[in-house]
Design a protein around this ligand. Structure first.
Ligand code: SF4
Length: 211
């Protein structure tokens, strides 16, 4: 009918409690990711081929059944992926039609165009940024991409929304980085002004261990 932005919907996870966002949230996953992480937790979301593109109103119809839980707990919708912040025009439209008390969160690598960072800063309440590792050789080996875009977008996002709305994930990735690599990343991120850090280790299924 129109030029309304469409969202490539991969899947929806309902009624998650205090996971990547406060209160009860629904995880709405985008199809398509520009990276190729070796231990991707959602490999089915990586391809950009998608047969299920929805409007903001259609997505609202799919998630509104749990709206009372979102409102009562300060929760809402967490966009994940794939890379959901490739679709900030959609998230902006979606924000206009949901109840004011719902929150919007996003899980992102920030491998997105700079203009999307500006749009996300307006439309998203809380960000969970998977930065992987700040050293480009490690990032490239693990994701196949270059981390300059992600780091400069993180810096921009921080300047737009401040540290309170950002959590940065800094994983120990077996076979790719070390404890000292991770500590270096933490120091660099703290030096940038990031205060919300999630420091953890990937749990890798045995069959996925790096050869
Ligand atoms: S950024 Fe996320 S969705 Fe994309 S390949 Fe990496 S783990 Fe998978």
């Amino acid at each position: 009918m129109t030029d309304a932005p469409l969202f490539p919907l991969w899947k929806i996870g309902r009624l998650r409690m205090a996971t990547d966002g406060q209160g009860v949230t629904a995880l709405v996953c985008a199809q398509g990711c520009p990276l190729g992480c070796k231990y991707c937790i959602n490999p089915g979301s990586k391809t950009f081929e998608c047969e299920n593109r929805v409007t903001a109103a259609e997505l609202y119809d799919k998630v509104k059944q749990d709206g009372l839980y979102y409102s009562a707990t300060g929760g809402g919708i967490t966009f994940g992926g794939g890379e959901p912040l490739l679709h900030t025009a959609f998230i902006t439209e979606f924000r206009k039609i949901i109840p004011d008390e719902w929150h919007i969160y996003a899980e992102s690598s920030l491998m997105i165009p700079e203009k999307n960072v500006y749009e996300a800063a307006e439309a998203v309440d809380g960000f969970f940024v998977d930065i992987k590792d700040t050293k480009n050789e490690i990032y490239r080996a693990y994701t196949g991409g270059d981390n300059k875009t992600a780091l400069s977008n993180l810096s921009l996002l921080l300047s737009l929304v401040g540290p309170d709305r950002i959590t940065v994930r800094v994983p120990l990735i077996p076979g790719f980085n070390s404890e000292s690599d991770r500590k270096r990343s933490v120091d660099i991120l703290r030096g940038m002004g990031i205060t919300g850090l999630d420091i953890f280790k990937y749990r890798i299924p045995a069959q996925k261990e790096k050869k």
